[in-house]
Design a protein around this ligand. Structure first.
Ligand code: ZN
Length: 182
């Protein structure tokens, strides 16, 4: 849950970060940036600011802005019918992005949000910097976190079905609830 004023403020901030990173945006797109708190009501620690450029039945492109040290919760894109699930490529545009994926590595530069060890099971750290990218095959568990300056990245993917994503944290609700300021 997030207050309307906070939601609007974060849309502006994320829009500025995207433009600063060199992405060309229309004015009306800033108002379309989704502030995702994943129902955790702790947006500065866990969440993300996401602008969907387009989504067709087969392909989608988004830009994601993460605030300094903000963490996008661990999730995976499960198979649906005959489809093996969403394949996703994240390409960093500005700032450092710390990725956590299956493998033997350990967390070195990043951190698990306070008190949430059980909700973040991937510990293999891969850092991507502007111009670098990571390919996440369908079903791969992943979470990611911006460095201390925040980060902006592209997300290219096959068919988007965000509502069906799996999350490690049982408290997560994909829809952000906005409450009006009193
Ligand atoms: Zn994902």
């Amino acid at each position: 849950m997030i207050k309307r004023s906070e939601y609007n403020k974060l849309q502006q901030l994320a829009g500025e970060m995207m433009i600063e990173a060199g992405i060309v945006l229309r004015e009306d797109e800033i108002e379309r940036i989704a502030i995702a708190d994943f129902g955790l009501s702790d947006i500065y620690n866990e969440g993300g600011q996401i602008l969907t450029f387009f989504e067709t039945a087969r392909i989608g492109t988004k830009v994601i802005a993460l605030l300094p040290n903000q963490t996008l919760p661990e999730h995976w894109h499960p198979p649906v019918g005959n489809d093996p699930g969403k394949e996703e490529i994240i390409r960093a545009i500005s700032g450092e992005v710390r990725f956590y994926i299956p493998g033997k590595g350990e967390i070195k530069k990043g951190f698990i949000p306070n008190g949430k060890t059980d909700c973040y099971t991937m510990r293999n750290e891969v850092i991507i910097k502007p111009g670098e990218q990571i390919i996440l095959p369908p079903g791969t568990k992943h979470w990611f976190q911006a460095g201390k300056e925040g980060a902006v990245m592209y997300s290219f993917s096959t068919c988007v079905r965000d509502g069906l994503d799996g999350f490690t944290d049982p408290k997560i609700v994909r829809e952000t609830k906005i409450v009006e300021d009193k």
